[in-house]
Structure formats: structure tokens, C-alpha cells
Write a protein that binds this ligand. Structure first.
Ligand code: SF4
Ligand code: SF4
Length: 100
């Protein structure tokens, strides 16, 4: 089985700062160091996106404001599949692979 480098899988939260009320639920919950707290804006900031566990969306479920979003799993699956195909055929991994 081929392994796709984590850095090539764009799975991590995006924060809508306009919706965020600074409750800290996501920041307190995630133990992977994905977030840092931005004191000035009083909201989390994603500083280590690739520490996020692919497929996890636990912080999104905790957010009372629906301020966190993720790509669709379908999109991610397609990207991984494309990388696997490239690896299987001995091609260089195309870091620009998107959906198709
Ligand atoms: S999805 Fe999971 S691993 Fe990723 S930032 Fe949220 S709680 Fe952390
Ligand atoms: S859980 Fe939502 S509202 Fe609370 S700090 Fe995180 S993003 Fe902001």
C-alpha cells in the first residue's frame, strides 16, 4: 500500500472569524497542537494544519457557532486516490492534484 505524505492531504479546519465568539471549545478540546489562541482577535488560529487527524472533525461538532469547516471527505478521498494512482504508475507525485 502506498502512503500519501500528510502534507499533501488538505484536511484541517478553516475558521470563520466573523462567526467565532471566542468560546475556546475547539482550542481546549484538540490535543494535537493544531490551534494556537490569538489573544488579539480572541479566537483560535490554525498553526499546525497537518497535525489534524484526517477524517476527524470533533472540534467542528463542538463549535456553537458553526465557525469551523472542513473539505468534503469525498474530495479528500479523490485526492488520495489520485496520488495512489500516480504512485502505482511510478509517476512523481503531483502536488497540485485537486479533485480530478
Ligand atoms: S479535527 Fe480533530 S484533530 Fe483536527 S483540529 Fe479538530 S479536534 Fe483537532
Ligand atoms: S468553538 Fe467555534 S466559536 Fe468557539 S472558539 Fe472555536 S471556532 Fe470560535
Amino acid at each position: 500500500m502506498f502512503k500519501v505524505p500528510r502534507e499533501l492531504i488538505p484536511w484541517y479546519p478553516t475558521i470563520d472569524e466573523d462567526k467565532c465568539i471566542g468560546c475556546g471549545e475547539c482550542f481546549d478540546f484538540c490535543k494535537n497542537g493544531v490551534f494556537e489562541w490569538d489573544e488579539e482577535k480572541n479566537c483560535p488560529k490554525v498553526v499546525n494544519p497537518f497535525n489534524c487527524v484526517v477524517g476527524c472533525s470533533a472540534c467542528q461538532n463542538l463549535c456553537p457557532q458553526e465557525a469551523l469547516s472542513f473539505p468534503s471527505m469525498k474530495e479528500i478521498t479523490q485526492i488520495i486516490k489520485k496520488y495512489h494512482e500516480q504512485q502505482a504508475s511510478g509517476q512523481e507525485i503531483d502536488k497540485e492534484v485537486k479533485k480530478n
